[in-house]
Ligand binder design. Structure first.
Ligand code: NAP
Length: 298
C-alpha cells in the first residue's frame, strides 16, 4: 500500500511560509523594516471557460492568503490580439505589478506564443516565455514553471533521492512534460520522455522509479504500467464517467502497488498555485532591488 503524498498539506505549509516571508518583505513602517510595498499579481482571463474561471478564482484566493495584492483582468472572448498585447504592455510598465499571468487556454484567434512572449521575463511568474524557458533549460532560472516545480516539491517530500533513478515523464507539453523532464535531469535523474507516438509505453513506464503522468486521460496509467514501490505523480486533471475530477492514474488499481502516490484532487493542483505564489514573491524581491522605479503602495 502506497504512502499518500498530501499536496494540499504541503502546499498549505509552503503558503504559510510565503505569508511570513511576505510580512517580512512588506515590513513595518514604524520600525522602518522591509520594503513597504506589497507583492502584486495580475491575472488575465480571456473568455468564459469554466475551468479557467475556477483556476483564476483559486489564484486570487491564494494571493489573499499570503498577503499579495491581486488584480483580475477579465476580457471578453472576442478581445483582439492588439488589445491584449496593449494590456500586457501596460502591466509590464506598472510598478505595483510584480507578476503577470495569462490564464490558458486562450481563444483560438489569439496567438499563444506571441502573447506569452510579450510578458516581461521579470514578471513572467508562470515561466512560459521563451527567455525563461531557455533559463530553465540551462539551469540558471529565477522562476520555474509552477506545475513541474510543484511536482519536484512533492517528490522531494518523499525523501526519495532523484539522483540516479529511472524517471519517466508521460507527456511532452511545453508547460508540463518538457520542463518536468528538464528539472528531473538537473537533479541527475535518468529521464525518459514518453508521448503519443511512444511504442511499448508500459514496458518503459514499468521500469520507472519515479513516474510522472501529464497526459490528460482518465485511468490512463494502469497497474501493469507501474513498478512495485515506485513514486507515482499524477498531474492529470480529468473527469471520470460520473463527472468527478480525477487524474491520469487508475488510483484504486495503482495505489496498492506504488510506494508513494499523489491523489487527484489534493495532489499536484494545490502545489501549482503555491509555486505561483513563490514565483510572485521572488519577482517582487527582484523588483524591490530597484526601489527608485517603484512607488510604495499603502
Ligand atoms: P497536453 O498539452 O495536452 O499534453 C498531453 C501530452 O500527453 C502530450 O505530450 C501527448 O503526446 C501525451 N499523450 C497523449 N496521449 C498519449 C498516449 N496515448 N500515450 C502517451 N502519451 C500521450 O496537456 P498538458 O497541458 O501537458 O496537461 C496534461 C494534463 O495535466 C491535463 O490533464 C491537464 O489538465 C493537467 N494539468 C494539471 C495541472 C495542475 O496544476 N494539476 C497543470 C497543468 C496541466 P503528443 O505530444 O504526442 O501529442
Amino acid at each position: 500500500m502506497a504512502t499518500l503524498i498530501d499536496g494540499k498539506l504541503i502546499a498549505a505549509q509552503i503558503k504559510a511560509d510565503i505569508a511570513q516571508q511576505t510580512k517580512d518583505f512588506v515590513g513595518d513602517e514604524d520600525s522602518g523594516t522591509g520594503y513597504g510595498v506589497t507583492p502584486g499579481l495580475a491575472v488575465i482571463i480571456v473568455g468564459d471557460d469554466k475551468a479557467s474561471r475556477i483556476y483564476v478564482n483559486n489564484k486570487k484566493k491564494a494571493c489573499e492568503e499570503v498577503g499579495f495584492y491581486s488584480e483580475e483582468i477579465a476580457l471578453p472572448a472576442k478581445t483582439s490580439q492588439k488589445e491584449l498585447l496593449d494590456i500586457i504592455d501596460n502591466l509590464n510598465k506598472r510598478v505595483d505589478i510584480d507578476g503577470i499571468l495569462v490564464q490558458l487556454p486562450l481563444p483560438k484567434h489569439l496567438n499563444e506564443k506571441t502573447i506569452l512572449g510579450a510578458i516581461s521575463p521579470k514578471k513572467d511568474v508562470d515561466a512560459f516565455s521563451p527567455f525563461n524557458v531557455g533559463r530553465v533549460m540551462i539551469g540558471e532560472y529565477r522562476f520555474l514553471p509552477c506545475t513541474p516545480a510543484g511536482v519536484m516539491e512533492l517528490i522531494k517530500s518523499t525523501g526519495i533521492e532523484i539522483s540516479g533513478k529511472n524517471c519517466v515523464v508521460i507527456g511532452r507539453s511545453n508547460i508540463v512534460g518538457k520542463p518536468m523532464a528538464m528539472m528531473l535531469l538537473h537533479e541527475n535523474g535518468t529521464v525518459t520522455i514518453c508521448h503519443s507516438k511512444t511504442q511499448n509505453l508500459a514496458e518503459i513506464t514499468s521500469k520507472a522509479d519515479i513516474l510522472v503522468s501529464a497526459v490528460g486521460k482518465a485511468k490512463f496509467v494502469t497497474a501493469d504500467m507501474v513498478k512495485e514501490g515506485a513514486v507515482v505523480i499524477d498531474v492529470g486533471m480529468n473527469h471520470d464517467e460520473d463527472g468527478k475530477l480525477c487524474g491520469d492514474v487508475d488510483f484504486a488499481a495503482v495505489e496498492p502497488k506504488a510506494g508513494f502516490i499523489t491523489p487527484v484532487p489534493g495532489g499536484v493542483g494545490p502545489m501549482t498555485i503555491a509555486m505561483l505564489m513563490k514565483n510572485t514573491l521572488t519577482a517582487a524581491k527582484i523588483h524591490a532591488a530597484a526601489p527608485a522605479k517603484r512607488n510604495p503602495k499603502k
